[in-house]
Design a protein around this ligand. Sequence first.
Ligand code: PMM
Length: 270
Amino acid sequence: MQDFVLMGIVNVTPDSFSDGGRWLDPAAAVAHGLALVADGAGILDVGGESTRPGARPVGAEEEVARVVPVLEGLAAAGTAAQLSIDTTKASVAAAALDAGATYVNDVTALRGDPDLAGLVADRGCDCCLMHMQGEPRTMQHAPHYEDVVDEVRAFLEARVAAAVGAGVAEARIQVDPGIGFGKSVEHNLQLLAGLERIAALGFPVVVGASRKSFLGTITGREDPLTRVPATIAANVLAYAHGARVFRVHDVAAARDALLVAAATLRAHGA
Ligand code: PMM
């Protein structure tokens, strides 16, 4: 039985680092999302604001205009996948939940908008709490930690407590170390290698390593589209260290690799 979930990325943005501008047309974004579901995605993560290092914020109205037609189109197509909204804003999340989303993926872990935790609690939807040091515009300038795994774990533990305090059910919460969000190459690698300590919090661990720049640094591949094998290696090892939800652009490749990794680890334990 498959014990992991693939979260397929549908970026409806002009400026995401690896697929910016490709799915701005709602019909193209819907078709792309449905193709990812056919490839094995159990969740589709629809985002209307890029969080790439140095990205400029987008207004809520613009973000809603980008994501709602896509979520409505996916819901109308009767997709079996769970629909997720990648946003930091309560007003965008509310519109997305009205349009069929049942999962809120917030890279600020409910710190960015004071109304978002209450909304997630009221609607009873799933949520992903992600670690980030700093904010997207400046986060890669000089990231610093004494012990990155300990600090990320403590942060996520505190954000879980805040979410539960706001009324979010524990069963609805997933946690994410935030690969690439205020982290050096070494920090990202230490996090991937130390995921057991984050999984020990008792919540499903989400990992978003797909095509990210630390993989380019290690392999020398500047074009993010050529980082699929590197992404697979990161995800397989993340799985072995306890991650269970994989946010990826290339769903089919991730699915096959993770199925083999999971089967092999099961055989090891048998
Ligand atoms: N990475 C990006 C955007 N959203 N959400 C979660 N939970 N985890 C991530 O690692 C993450 C995210 C940036 O990547 P993209 O530009 O390819 O969407």
